[in-house]
Design a protein around this ligand. Structure first.
Ligand code: SF4
Length: 727
């Protein structure tokens, strides 16, 4: 196995591009194109192309570290694991199980996320587990569940995008975050469709749009309501669809009608003629989509904001129809799967609710424990981090770097430092790992087999292609060893396929049903879309009823025909590429309008902090940068943070290109060079968030939480800018 090319998937973002990896005779591996995967057809961004460099022992951890005399020093695995088990045990004895916290990551495979959730609830007995995916798309999940009864990032394959009539892309910049996906939008326009981009910045994606709406940060909710108002006023609603497939329209309509276009223009800064043009472009074609990403979601009213965009889709008869609907472009590699299998504070495997007695009984049965022994829902990610050192005294953290990626990061760093005990399992010595009492070096993507679930809800198999360096073990090994030391000898296998087989049983019958998916099918079929229930041989009938009919209505598209997941198999459920075509996942099968009204962000500009800050990503770095900042080519392309200022704002401040400027919020200050560009609104500044230290953007961000999703408001806070003089 280890001398040949192995098909697998990128370790980074939720697009999960297919790639081949081949061990090189001189050591290391080479990443090459893999044209057979329909999502990226061989294309990779710079992060994917260079991903193999993080496998090098030169940049990653290869030995456990323990804190001795204030310093991290090398230790044996036995010493490190013993120390973690002893400290977790002692903390539980002294303060109770809920004094133990567990923090996971959206980059962990499904098997790891599943095992981490089980470990927290069965071995530690704590309710205090959540993961960094809470920071990424949880408002979309909450809004999608409210409206459709089920949330799956995209309820249709990306291959549908070029064949729709219009896409409104809200707060998403795929040109930087997932470049190979941009071709879907380019092909959309080549096919005669139109692209509308909603973003306060004229991003590289917005430059390709037919219409760019640039609202003030934090006002996407008003924008969506204003568009719905115009849809109603111009008689563009789909009354038959509303009658047949939805409930709650009258309340939602009444709420939207209070948002006159002129009022919305005052709030958002988007001129009324642009609002009218957007409505025309969205409503005229037979099919259209709204896709959201972190822009509208990372707000303290993110659930309502996404709900307002979903209402627009429902009023115009888009959701649950061919080539149409609402979808969320998730961010992290396994952000989708990570929240489906139990590392989220309120959920059990299979996307089951932790407070549902039937769900508890089912999962407890699979785990062989008493349902009453399972803890209830715990704190959300930021609330958990905020409780460190007080209610939560010891933390086990896997695959996350909140010192850089959490909001109000200086406070989070201070909370982490205040813990009685911190253990971190990671590939590299991240800024968070540097604070730990014990650090465990773990295997990564090319060194281990496991599954992820992409932004399309397509479950994928990542395959082991190379051996890890000596002294490095899987997270599954870590959890197996800790469970044994804490008195649970069984139920924590180290073989990923064995874990997946249990996950299949745990998810069976749940919303995210993986029971019909096997490693063999994933390898043969290039992934399988959930839900995919197991069916007895000979009874597999097809995906969503009506899928074949729907596919018959689609225009010919060779790319679509390549999608082997769409083939109806005679003896197994084929998976479900398209959701909701016949009915929504609500008790009555109808989608629910949710009446929402505009409210502003938690922090509005004032005399002391007169500007708005918004944050985001650049193409050559990924999330907290823990991996990508260790790759020379990526660092050369994106060496550090910057502050985007509009020329008018720069002139008013007296800032020139490259001048160091301090951005100051109520939570702290960050310093970075000015980058002057007319691509940003004059009332707004932008910083990417990939770096630690004095340029850490998340020092500034506001942890105000959405009341439903508990997602922090990364996308908008009040700041002032101080020019520090020429660099
Ligand atoms: Fe990897 Fe995402 Fe880049 Fe594809 S777009 S190569 S999945 S980082």
């Amino acid at each position: 196995m280890e001398n040949t090319s192995t098909p697998t998937h990128c370790p980074y973002c939720a697009l999960q591009c297919g790639m081949n990896i081949t061990p090189l005779p001189q050591g290391g591996v080479e990443v090459t194109e893999r044209p057979d995967f329909p999502v990226n057809r061989g294309a990779l961004c710079g992060k994917g192309r260079t991903a193999a460099q993080v496998l090098s022992p030169a940049v990653r951890l290869t030995t456990p570290l323990v804190r001795d005399g204030g310093r991290l020093v090398e230790a044996s695995w036995t010493e490190a694991l013993d120390r973690i088990a002893e400290r977790l045990s002692a903390t539980r004895e002294r303060y109770g199980a809920d004094a133990l916290g567990v923090f996971g990551g959206g980059g962990l495979t499904n098997e790891k996320a599943y095992t981490l959730g089980k470990f927290a609830r069965v071995v530690l007995g704590t309710s205090q587990i959540d993961y960094n995916g809470r920071f990424c798309m949880s408002s979309a999940a909450a809004a999608g569940t409210k409206a459709f009864g089920l949330d799956r990032g995209l309820p249709f394959p990306l291959e549908d995008v070029p064949r729709t009539g219009c896409v409104i892309l809200v707060g998403s910049n795929p040109a930087e975050t997932m470049p190979p996906s941009l071709r879907f939008f380019t092909e959309l326009r080549e096919n005669g469709g139109t692209l509308i981009v909603v973003d306060p910045r004229r991003t590289r994606t917005a430059e390709q749009a037919d219409l760019h709406l640039a609202p003030r940060p934090g006002t996407d909710l008003a924008l969506a309501l204003g568009l719905l108002h115009l849809v109603v006023a111009e008689g563009r609603t789909d009354e038959e669809y509303i009658r047949e497939r939805t409930t709650g329209w009258e309340e939602a309509r009444a709420a939207a009608m209070a948002h006159w276009p002129e009022y919305v223009e005052r709030i958002t800064g988007v001129p009324v003629p642009q609002l009218r043009e957007a409505v025309r472009m969205f409503c005229e074609p037979e099919a259209a989509m709204v896709l959201t990403a972190r822009g509208p979601e990372q707000q303290s009213q993110g659930t309502d904001t996404v709900g307002a965009w979903i209402n627009l889709c429902l009023a115009t008869g888009r959701a649950g129809r061919p080539l149409s609907g609402y979808g969320c472009l998730t961010g992290q590699g396994n952000g989708q799967g990570g929240r489906e299998h139990g590392q989220k504070a309120d959920q059990l495997p299979g996307y089951r609710k932790l407070d549902d007695p039937a769900a508890r009984a089912h999962v407890a049965g699979v785990w062989g424990v008493d349902p009453d022994s399972l803890p209830g829902p715990g704190r959300s990610a930021y609330e958990l981090l905020d409780a460190l050192g007080s209610d939560v005294r010891a933390l086990l953290l896997m695959g996350s770097n909140p010192v850089v990626s959490a909001p109000r990061a200086a406070h989070v760093e201070e909370r982490l430092r205040s813990l009685d005990f911190l253990a971190v399992a990671d590939v590299v010595l991240s800024e968070t790992a540097e604070l730990a009492d014990v650090v465990l070096p773990v295997t990564q993507w090319a060194e281990e087999t496991g599954t992820t679930t992409s932004l399309e809800g397509r479950v994928l198999l990542r395959r082991r292609a190379v051996a890890p360096p000596p002294g490095v073990h899987s997270d599954l090994y870590v959890l197996h060893e800790l469970a044994a030391r804490l008195g649970v000898e069984k139920g924590f296998p180290t073989d990923p396929e064995e874990v997946f087989e249990e996950l299949r049983r745990a998810s069976a019958g749940g919303p995210a049903d993986y029971s019909g998916i096997t490693y063999r099918r994933l390898a043969e079929e290039n992934g399988v879309f959930w839900p995919c229930p197991e069916e007895p041989a000979g009874t597999g009938a097809g995906a969503d009823a009506g899928e074949d009919e729907i596919l018959d209505t689609l225009p010919d598209d060779p790319a679509a025909n390549d999608d082997t997941a769409l083939v109806t198999r005679p003896t197994a459920h084929p998976g479900t590429p398209r959701l909701f075509l016949d009915r929504f996942a609500t008790p009555d099968g109808r989608a629910r309008f949710v009446p929402v009204v505009y409210r502003g962000t938690a922090e509005e500009p004032d005399g002391a902090y007169p500007l708005l800050l918004t944050t985001g990503r650049v193409v050559s770095q990924y999330q907290s940068g823990a991996q990508t900042r260790r790759v020379a080519e990526l660092n050369a392309a994106a060496p550090g943070p910057f502050v985007e200022l509009h020329p008018r704002l720069a002139a008013r401040l007296g800032a020139a290109e490259g001048d160091p400027v301090a951005v100051v919020s109520r939570r702290g200050r960050a310093v970075a060079p000015a980058r002057i560009t007319s691509a940003i609104r004059p009332d707004t500044v932008f910083m990417p968030f990939h770096w630690p230290g004095e340029g850490r953007a998340n020092t500034l961000t506001n942890p105000a939480l959405d009341p439903t999703s508990r997602m922090p408001e990364f996308k908008s806070c009040a700041v002032r800018v101080e020019v520090l003089g020429p660099g």
